[in-house]
Every structure is written in structure tokens, then in C-alpha cells.
Design a protein. Sequence first.
Length: 236
Amino acid sequence: MELSAETIEQNLREVREKVAEACRKSGRNPEDVKVLAVSKTKPVEDIRAAMSIGQHAFGENYVQEIQKKYEVLGDQVEWHMIGHLQRNKVKYIIDKVKLIHSVDTVELAEQIEKEAAKHGVNMDVLLEVNIAREETKWGFTAEAAPEAAKVIGAMPHIQVRGLMTSAPITEDAETNRVHFRNLRLLSEQIGAMGYPGVRMDTLSMGMTADYPVAVEEGATIVRVGTAIFGERNYQK
Ligand SMILES: *Cc1c(COP(=O)(O)O)cnc(C)c1O
């Protein structure tokens, strides 16, 4: 179902309010938390509705969809790639996205390095970590993440800016608190190693079901789709 522009605006205000509340609760500054509006499968009009109340950062999962929306909106907004990225598609988004959240192999990073060099850009990336060790999920294990950060940070056209995770789907957000905390601890641990090209200032965690808990545990980006734009319809 598509929501009206008014509903999207109202939803976004509520998300911002909940982020602010989680910040108050945990003694954080709301300015340190960015709401990434996840607009995958949603039309450009929905993005415009969010833009009308100052939303600037949008998350997308599919390369083709980024290309299409980029044709219309260009650099008026920040595009973030949050979905699994195939190596042969890096070339289509390298000059369009602000941050790739979903670097899940060193081989993908090598491809990003290659395309970034070719386009003369410096790419900011996050390493996706499968923090809860789910069999179905992409991402580095917590054990593999430090070495991956070292290797990828050494690539001249890539800056590792932090970690990203998708926590397990759950009815009770509290059960994900431990995973968010573990991701933050891992990020601090990697940051302390001082690897060149690695600056762990970004933690991308928390979705519609659990973003307030993620903020309490240190998220600097929450990726919220359904709570802003409504349920997605993948049939279209
Ligand atoms: C779709 C998606 C989101 C947003 O999920 P909601 O539950 O709709 O908020 C966040 N992160 C990733 C990686 C996604 O694929």
C-alpha cells in the first residue's frame, strides 16, 4: 500500500522523535544519529515527501533502482547502498553513492577499489558483520572483521568508516540489544588498532523493529524503511 505524503511526513517525524527519546535515555546527542530513510521499492514521490521535511539520506538495496532514482534526483540527496552488492555491479553506483554499508568480502572491496580508482573517487565503506552468526546472512564474522578492516583500509581509494549489521528478525527488540552492543565493542576494538585507512566513526544498525534499542547501544545511522514509508510490496 502506498502512503500519502502527509502520512510519510508524520511517520518520519515520529521516527525522529523516537531517536531523540532514545538519545535522551542514553545520554547521547541526537545530532550524532542519522536517520537513513530506506526507500527501496518505493517511488520517487515518496522520497520527495520525506525530502519536503528535510530528509537528506536515503538507503537503497538494488543497483538498478539506485540508477533509476538517481536519474531523477541526482545528487539532491545522499544515496546509501545497503543491500548485498555483486562485484559486476559496482561500476554502476561507484560515482552515485555516498556510503556503501554492505561490504561483505575482501573481493568486493577489491572491485570497489578498482572502480573508485578508475572514476577518481574515494569511497567510504562499512564492513557488514554477521554479528549474531545467522546462517542465512551476509557479512564477515566478528573474528574475521579486524583483519578485513586492515586489508581493506590499506586500499588507497577506500576509507573504512565503520561497521554495519542487520540484527535477527524479532518480535522483541530487547533480544537484539546484545548484538548491537557487541557490534559497538567490535568497532571500538578495531578502532583501537589504528590501522591506516580505518576510522571507525560510523555504526549502522537498527531497523524499524529495533532502532530505538540500537540508538541506545550507540548506532550513528539507523536504517528505517517500513516505519516511514509503510509495508513494501515486492510483487510490482
Ligand atoms: C530493507 C532494509 C532495511 C529497512 O528495513 P525496515 O524493517 O523496513 O525498516 C534496513 N537495512 C537493510 C539492510 C535492509 O535491507
